[in-house]
Design a protein around this ligand. Structure first.
Ligand code: PLP
Length: 582
């Protein structure tokens, strides 16, 4: 209890962690054994898991949902801790203009159970947070919420409300674990917005009698910071004043307050600087990302990240018939890991006929899904087996260059028209990103001005998981053109490759894990060279689709190079090997 006579958070019933620590120190190694009571804990400010009523913003949230599902399949005791936002944003088109619509969501409709409340301190008040939970075998989602929690990424990233949400997840989430009788074997901090969870643990160890510096050592050994961003400079800062209101009141240890205060420069803190100090284990999300991510510790030393490339939950993203083909042909095993002989098996079993047949099944599934999602003209799209579809589906942010193929409309028309091909675009603009909103609007107007393109380029609003799935199983070629060096990993191209689509891509993010000869690569010294190559590659894909030998060769090459990358089971295995070395 604190001086107000209120529980700050539910205290440990004993000091087991502390005893464990001293025991381990004597044996000169720190234990991190995993069990149902000591699960792998995964902290994320965003979860994208529509089936469980939680809509995220993009890749970070999809990855979190995939990771939990894979842990469930691999029987890894796993707790995912995240906020439940009571409102979510949808993109609607009205009179040809996009706008956001806010819809309230009720966790009870998605099978979450109310556990209890926990309190944190904010601006001199006690804030009561609801803890809700949903279990799936050995894994669970624990969520923190309250009616005024707000929306995901609402407001500016350095705002009071964001800090409140992050503090609520960290301190509230840690208290929720205690409430449920769980102690983390490991804390994976998915980006720095989850920093406060590790801070809460450190504080609790001190509160329970551990020497401060030893508590720092203990927390560091058990915390993994997974970085998904490339530039530290772009990160928002919080001020000391903001910390006085939201963070310090939740800390018991004066030594910890001092430690944290030392992380400020000129009255401001970047959470990454503090996260680097609290986590000895650090990972990045692709090989290229770990090479280019430029993060410095307080002393100015460059931080090394262990490359663990993101993967996808293939059960969730791959057409069941395609997955069955992979399994029956012994290309992947029962937990979706590529087999030792997967390249031979691909070579033997993957024929152009198989590809055409499976893509035809995927096309039907996509058509069904598209009935729910009219395009920007309000039209329901339906495609025949012979229609070739290029698809760009991902968030509309500048560095992903959704408008690249539209720089030369005549050239685009020359690519599509001879084979009567279509181009589908889907992706939401981040709320408040006026530059991208304008670009999207201009793009749609440009398409309307050309009678061929107007019937063959389709924008589908309100991009979500279901569209991501439908478009992956039903199109033929994915366009992925981030400016090289700016994509940390990207996962939507993995969904396409696994569903037997051609990948037309720049060599960036996770795509750069393998050789640039293994897919339809776009390179160039400048954007106009890249653009030229993009149109060439689109023509190549169209031609290859008509030529069995070329089709087989390209799809086999892609899968031979990337199936191990794509496999989310490989990703979780990589994390387990890194965190719990034999
Ligand atoms: C897969 C997916 C993403 C991630 O896409 P990136 O390639 O990482 O940009 C984002 N949003 C949705 C809805 C997805 O399904």
């Amino acid at each position: 209890m604190d001086e107000d006579g209120q529980y700050l958070y539910h205290p440990l019933e004993n000091i087991e962690d502390v005893d464990l620590f001293y025991e381990a120190v004597e044996r000169n190694h720190l234990t991190k054994a995993i069990s149902p009571e000591r699960p792998y804990t995964y902290w994320t400010i965003e979860l994208y898991d529509q089936k469980n009523g939680i809509r995220g913003g993009g890749g970070l949230g999809v990855l979190a949902a995939d990771t939990r599902r894979i842990a469930e399949k691999m029987d890894v005791p796993f707790a995912l801790i995240t906020p439940f936002y009571p409102y979510e944003t949808h993109q609607v088109v009205e009179n040809g203009l996009m706008r956001d619509e806010h819809i309230s969501v009720d966790y009870k409709k998605f099978g979450f159970n109310f556990v209890d409340t926990v309190n944190i301190k904010c601006c001199g008040n006690l804030c009561r947070l609801d803890v809700i939970e949903k279990r799936f075998k050995n894994t669970r989602i624990i969520a923190i919420t309250e009616p005024n929690f707000g929306e995901l990424y609402s407001g500016m990233s350095g705002s009071d409300h964001r800090l409140y949400q992050e503090v609520a997840l960290g301190f509230g989430g840690y208290a929720a674990l205690k409430l449920l009788g769980l102690k983390p074997a490991i804390m994976q901090l998915n980006e720095v917005a989850t920093f406060f969870a590790a801070l809460a643990r450190l504080d609790e160890l001190v509160k329970n009698g551990m020497d401060f510096y030893e508590a720092v050592v203990y927390t560091r050994k058990h915390t993994l910071y997974t970085n998904h961003t490339l530039v530290q400079a772009a990160e928002a800062e919080f001020s000391y004043d903001q910390f006085e209101k939201y963070v310090f009141p939740n800390l018991y240890s004066p030594a910890l307050k001092k430690w944290l205060s030392d992380k400020f420069t000129d009255g401001h803190i970047k959470l990454s600087s503090a996260t680097i100090e609290i986590a000895e284990l650090r990972s990045g999300v692709s090989k290229l990302h770990t090479r280019v991510a430029n993060y410095r510790d307080i002393a100015g030393e460059r931080i090394k990240f262990k490359p663990i490339t993101n993967g996808i939950d293939m059960d969730n993203w791959v057409l069941p018939e395609i997955l069955e083909f992979y399994k029956k042909s012994e290309i992947i095993d029962e937990i979706n890991l590529p087999t030792g002989s997967y390249i031979e098996k691909l070579d033997k079993n993957l024929t152009a006929d198989v590809v055409h047949e499976l893509k035809s099944t995927g096309r039907k599934v996509m058509n069904e899904i598209l009935k729910k999602y009219p395009d920007h003209n309000g039209k329901i799209l339906h495609f025949g087996d012979d229609d070739f579809i290029f698809c760009f589906k991902r968030r509309f942010v500048d560095y992903k260059r959704p408008d690249l193929p539209f720089r030369d409309l005549q050239r685009l028309r020359n690519v599509l028209e001879p084979r009567n091909a279509h181009y589908i675009l889907s992706g939401r603009v981040h709320t408040g990103d006026e530059v991208m909103n304008q670009k999207l609007q201009k793009l749609l107007e440009a398409i309307k001005s050309d009678d061929y393109l107007n019937g063959h380029v389709h924008y589908i609003p309100d991009y979500n998981e279901e569209l991501a799935y439908g478009l992956s199983v039903g199109s033929n070629a994915a366009i992925n053109v981030p400016i090289v060096g700016l994509e940390a990993c990207g996962t939507s191209w993995m969904k396409d490759m696994a569903n037997l689509n051609f990948l037309i891509s720049t060599h960036d993010g996770g795509v750069a894990d393998a050789s640039l000869n293994s897919y339809l690569n776009i390179s160039g010294d400048n954007e106009s060279e890249e653009l030229n190559m993009l149109y060439q590659r689109m023509e190549e894909a169209l031609a290859a689709n008509q030529n069995d030998f070329d089709l087989e060769t390209i799809i086999k090459q892609q899968l031979a190079a990337y199936l191990p990358v794509i496999s989310g089971s490989r990703m979780l295995k990589d994390y387990l090997d890194y965190l719990f070395p034999a």
